[in-house]
Write a protein that binds this ligand. Structure first.
Ligand SMILES: *Cc1c(COP(=O)(O)O)cnc(C)c1O
Length: 348
């Protein structure tokens, strides 16, 4: 018995990708970020669906993830690795034709020595101070690197989800300063950057969360639905407590449903006595502590308890749940555990 069923709507992913693509002009190519197993939704399935619809550029965090995407897609698509060429990754990068986004002079040296002539890109730091070469380093190695024909030069915005943040323009200017005049495809924007407007689009965009139905892409179609099966239902008399540490006490005679899934499945313990599950559109409050594999829910008001209660559904999307948990939609999605049965609709 699985802890629940995670329904993933591949057609919604594709519709979101197309909607993000439509926000940029014809000269801008829309790629797709499928790192962290496509934000927990299944990199192979998502990448195949997008590739069939014409997506040709994919992005992952680490070389191992690139291998998974290559296996799903075969040749003919570009797979970029944000962490670049790390020690130990030479074989996988070389054998599978991945494109490491070189982040430092050390990585440039490693790549050119280990895999001369192999494709690569360059990642520049425009102020986020996380990955990429800074202006001084870039100036030092640019002549050598440009001679070897990078496939793409990119940077990443730190505050793109806040359109009015001055950091956006600062990074845009730094990116221009470091890349203007180079005869190379450029990429600056993820989902948030796409929404900032045409100045931020350059040649290639790299949306992730917007495709998966998350903010800041408000127009996104929801992608994930998560249903948790009811294991047991019981009557709890007024004055009795429910769950670890007796944190919830029934004020009236109540009916409590126990559903299968807990914090080991990515449903954070911070949801205890705060989250809501849904019975075909009717809200049912979580009562007591979320435990490792189980959640207790007050279903007193239901005339009939369904076989499963939803925690992600049209009434409560990933960002709604994130708000209750005190985090962001990205973390809700990427925390969804391995114990769920994943059911795909759309695609093949
Ligand atoms: C994760 C990531 C993206 C995608 O970001 P979203 O906000 O999910 O669209 C793009 N570029 C880089 C470098 C990333 O790390």
């Amino acid at each position: 018995m699985a802890t629940g069923t995670l329904h993933i709507d591949l057609d919604a992913v594709l519709a979101n990708w197309r909607a993000l693509d439509a926000l940029t002009g014809p000269a801008t190519e829309t790629g797709a970020v499928v790192k962290a197993d496509s934000y927990g939704l299944g990199a192979g399935r998502v990448a195949r669906h997008l590739a069939r619809a014409g997506c040709r550029k994919f992005f992952v965090a680490a070389a191992e993830e690139g291998a998974q995407v290559r296996e799903a897609l075969g040749e003919g698509v570009a797979i970029h690795v944000f962490s670049g060429h790390m020690a130990g990754d030479t074989d996988i990068i070389g054998d599978l034709g991945l494109i490491p986004m070189l982040n430092s002079i050390e990585q440039v040296t490693r790549h050119f020595e280990a895999l001369p002539g192999a494709p690569f890109g360059v990642q520049l730091d425009t102020g986020m101070n996380r990955l990429g070469m800074e202006a001084g380093e870039w100036e030092a190695v640019a002549p050598l690197v440009l001679g070897a024909g990078p496939k793409l030069v990119m940077s990443h915005l730190a505050c793109a989800d806040e359109p009015d943040h001055p950091m956006n323009r600062q990074q845009l200017e730094a990116f221009h300063y470091m890349t203007d005049g180079l005869d190379l495809p450029r990429s600056l924007s993820a989902t948030g950057g796409i929404l900032l407007g045409p100045e931020y689009h350059f040649d290639v965009t790299r949306p992730g969360i917007g495709m998966y139905g998350g903010m800041p892409f408000e127009a996104a179609r929801p992608v994930a639905r998560l249903s948790l099966p009811v294991v047991q239902t019981r009557d709890v008399a007024a004055g009795e407590s429910v769950g670890y540490s007796n944190t919830w006490v029934a004020e009236i005679d109540s009916v409590i449903a126990t559903v299968s899934a807990g914090y080991a499945d990515g449903l954070h313990r911070t949801l205890s006595s705060k989250a809501t599950l849904w019975a075909d559109g009717t809200p049912c409050p979580v009562v007591g502590r979320v435990s490792m594999d189980l959640i207790t829910v007050d279903v007193t008001h239901l005339t009939q308890v369904p076989k499963a209660l939803d925690i992600l559904c049209p009434e409560q999307g990933v960002d709604d749940l994130a708000e209750v948990a005190g985090t962001i939609g990205y973390e809700i999605l990427t925390s969804l555990g391995a114990r769920y049965t994943r059911r795909y609709s759309g695609g093949a």
